[in-house]
Design a binder for this molecule. Structure first.
Ligand code: UDP
Length: 318
């Protein structure tokens, strides 16, 4: 049935960084898209270019409350709503827990009711401060449930558990994507994450705030690569979690040096205390994504960072 008619997708968090890029990709693939967002960390500017697009509809709602959509046919429900930067979820601990728990329950209920496929945006944070490196999907993680990051990590772990329960018990057609650090245009300049923080500081001549001694590592994936992996996963029939991210790992100090080099700023580096439970290493093992989805990142670090710098230059003007 879905084959002969236009696919319909729901994207929660559709006004956010990843959600809005996903909306664009789905529209480009010919879907009709309903974006739902309560705009706590999302921004309508990320959907401004879609005003008047007859295939797009925006619903302002908190998905931690019951979701009613009148559409008789929905093919895909993408649950991407959540505060997602460490600063955001420290400021919004209860909404973060609720959207990962109640929001996932509600969106699974919607998918079950409409007989839609369900795609959960999970995270590398389910691995916590990992004792295995790089991280494979079969690693169970090292998470502090009562630490400040626990509100995000445990909510996402619960979200994975309830997604698998709906799959096994209710036979909902589910997917789980574990998203590693991703960057690109539409990140919020002041969301506290390292990419906007360093670029914003470099462009305004402030020192780059390296937390700890900068020896902790991250692996940064450009947003278009990530969205391509998510689309491929949605179109697959694979139900186990899949890591998506770029395995190119670097220390945070190296990242600061790269931003200084590429922007040409005169800014120095300023060392600040390391946040509690900050993971010391992070790098995705993407063997599964390569095998199942035929996917791997294509955008070079320097190219992606230049695109992102251009975006923040424009944001700083506004
Ligand atoms: N970080 C930093 N300076 C900042 C923001 C973050 O050194 O201004 C570090 C942070 O401690 C972490 C890494 O950069 O080790 C990535 O942080 P981010 O908040 O981007 O995301 P995380 O990967 O920790 O979820």
């Amino acid at each position: 049935m879905a084959k002969t008619s236009q696919p319909v997708s729901v994207v929660t968090g559709g006004a956010g960084f990843l959600g809005s890029h996903l909306v664009d990709r789905l529209l480009a693939e010919g879907h009709r898209v309903i974006a739902i967002d309560n705009l706590v960390t999302g921004n309508t500017a990320n959907m401004g270019h879609l005003v008047g697009n007859e295939n797009f509809r925006f619903v302002k709602q908190n998905v931690s409350n019951f979701i009613f959509l009148p559409e008789p046919k929905i093919d895909y429900v993408f649950h991407f709503a959540s505060p997602a930067s460490p600063i955001d979820y420290l400021e919004l601990p209860i909404p973060t827990l609720k959207v990962g728990a109640l929001g996932t329950h509600n969106t699974l209920g919607l998918a079950k009711d409409k007989n839609a496929a369900f795609i959960l945006a999970s995270t590398s944070e389910v691995y916590g401060d990992p004792l295995e490196h790089p991280q494979k999907e079969d690693y169970w993680g090292n998470v502090n449930p009562i630490g400040p990051r626990g509100v995000y990590d445990e909510a996402k772990r619960f979200a994975e558990a309830i997604t698998m329960a709906y799959h096994r018990y209710h036979r909902v057609d589910t997917r789980i994507v574990r998203i590693f650090n991703t960057y690109g245009p539409r990140m919020r300049l002041r969301d506290g994450r390292v990419v906007p923080a360093f670029i914003g500081q470099a462009l305004s001549g402030q020192s780059l705030s390296v937390f700890g001694d900068g020896s902790q590592t991250r692996s940064f994936c450009y947003v278009s690569d990530l969205i391509d992996g998510i689309f491929r996963l949605a179109m697959s029939d694979f139900h186990e979690p899949v890591n998506l991210g770029n395995p190119r790992e670097m220390t945070i100090k190296q990242f600061a040096d790269e931003i200084i080099r590429i922007t040409g700023t005169k800014s120095a580096v300023d060392y600040k205390p390391l946040p509690v439970d900050d993971p010391k290493v992070r790098q995705p093992d993407i063997t599964r994504a390569k095998k199942i989805l035929g996917w791997e990142p294509r955008v070079e670090f320097e190219e992606g960072i230049k695109q992102t710098i251009d975006y923040f230059k424009e944001s700083l003007k506004g």
